[in-house]
Design a protein around this ligand. Structure first.
Ligand code: FES
Length: 147
């Protein structure tokens, strides 16, 4: 169990000199840290939809929203909010171009702080269950241990 609001050291910032994302085990969570320019984001590693390896997904921009695209079914998760992002067509006006929408937060996201050339994470204090929480269970995470 972790104290709310506590910061946890993750790594030195140099780890991201050559890469834009990396998976970490921090306390009892399995997270992926993403670098976009000078900003860092953290999400739980496994996809809310069916537990896919979101941490292995590509980072792509949709309508100015940076998302991780899950390799299993290609759902798009906004890296800043954990919202599911999708394109919608109006069935009553099918000639209109599709519009980008989101269906609210599905994936748990955490705050990343940069200090003294190090990254620290503060776990989400969002109360209530998010869909991704079920895949943060130890039994599930152990299936994906890499060693
Ligand atoms: Fe990620 Fe289905 S498990 S899109």
């Amino acid at each position: 169990m972790t104290k709310q609001g506590q910061e946890w050291f993750v790594c030195r910032i140099e780890e991201f000199d050559q890469i834009s994302k990396k998976r970490f085990q921090v306390q009892d969570r399995d997270i992926v840290i993403i670098r976009r320019g000078e900003k860092f984001f953290a999400l739980d590693s496994f996809c809310y939809h069916a537990g896919g390896p979101l941490f292995m997904g590509d980072i792509e921009d949709f309508n100015d929203l940076s998302c991780l695209v899950c390799p299993w079914h290609h759902y798009k998760v906004h890296i800043e909010t954990g919202n599911m992002v999708y394109q919608s067509i109006d069935p009553h006006n099918p000639k209109n171009p599709p519009v980008w929408k989101n269906s609210g937060q599905k994936q748990r996201v955490h705050r990343v702080t940069v200090r003294d050339n190090s990254l620290f994470v503060t776990f989400s204090d969002c109360t209530g269950d998010l869909q991704s929480d079920q895949y943060n269970a130890l039994e599930y995470r152990q299936r994906w241990q890499t060693n």
